[in-house]
Design a protein around this ligand. Sequence first.
Ligand SMILES: NC(=O)c1ccc[n+]([C@@H]2O[C@H](COP(=O)([O-])OP(=O)(O)OC[C@H]3O[C@@H](n4cnc5c(N)ncnc54)[C@H](O)[C@@H]3O)[C@@H](O)[C@H]2O)c1
Length: 376
Amino acid sequence: MFELMDEWGPEKVVTVNHQRSGMQGVLVIDNTARGPGKGGTRMRADLTVQEVARLARVMTWKWAAVDLYQGGAKAGIRFDPASPRKEEALRAFARMLRNEVPSEYVFGLDMGLAEQDAAILCDELGDRGAATGTPAALGGVAYDALGVTGHGVAEAVDAATTHCELDDRRVVIQGFGAVGHATARRLDELGYRVVAVSTAAGAVHAPDGLDVAELLALREEHGDALVDHASGTRLEAGQELMLETGVLVPAAQQGVLHAGNADDVRARLVVEGANLPTDEAARQQLAARGVTVVPDFIANAGGIIAAAFGMRDRYSPFGVEVEQIIPTVTERMRANTRTVLETAERSDTLPHAAAGALARERVREAMRLRGQLPPT
Ligand SMILES: NC(=O)c1ccc[n+]([C@@H]2O[C@H](COP(=O)([O-])OP(=O)(O)OC[C@H]3O[C@@H](n4cnc5c(N)ncnc54)[C@H](O)[C@@H]3O)[C@@H](O)[C@H]2O)c1
């Protein structure tokens, strides 16, 4: 486990082994220089300590990049989330981490965990603030239903088009799930023309603009098959990435833009709604052709801004103050997008590198002020 450690963290790794249920788990507290550790809790049968450590580090950079005062952490439970003994595993995990939770880490939702699991974790520790992501009936917030991440992606699009002085308000969105549909909804409100959307079932294209209200209603009714019912030209999934447009928002899967297809992208601006939709080679090729890419951990940070409200209000008798979330996401996403694009221009680097450097600088400064850096 020592090979996971470097100059940034992790500060603490706790592993637990519950023989009765076969549950094994790990908590990785990566770096708390800017605030207490916060990041989701995942459950997967093949979970590894390395995976949790990597995700905890990602959280360190994400919190710092959006300039919120939380540290990076993540917890993982090696157990089948479909098992009828899930609750037993969750309760054992919570009990075995009672020294760390909630003083050093607060549970949250990630792969394999749902709102009710967050409620179980709180119940086991007898502490309402032991987890965020609890059901609305317990004072929590349904982030996906609110569409905060997609709302934030749309605000990032708008801030970036302003920064790049891009007049072309056509947008193509890959993926019409939790992120994609909320991005479309907000961009429509902001006066953009959504010319194509896709799901795993295929894509639909209308150069003069799709009817977003119709798409949202069709999603409710048909899910991914909405593309078979929407008015517009039907395309194969993937073709939408190469359409003529001002803005492209990949909001489905990772690795969709790579060395092999980046030169065929006709958008002027790519805003990453999904995690890791471009690789380094694609970003270099796009930059060489003057295409700006807004990094995922800036553009899709709406959810973590909302999670910060969950953290702040988790003991509040008023519940999470939902009405503050959307205006804050709007304001933060615009400011962060501007800051990163301006920093990238000033330092003549790509936005991904500029955002990473900014996050590292903030964490290092916090470590310096706390006297955590080694003597020079
Ligand atoms: N939900 C969030 O709050 C959140 C926050 C940050 C990042 N993300 C990232 O955003 C991405 C999407 O997440 P989501 O929550 O919207 O997922 P989701 O499962 O709700 O939706 C995924 C959408 O992508 C579509 N899709 C899958 N494969 C496709 C393909 N090959 N071509 C076109 N469309 C395809 C699906 O049909 C679906 O419409 C993921 O990378 C996720 O990690 C999500």
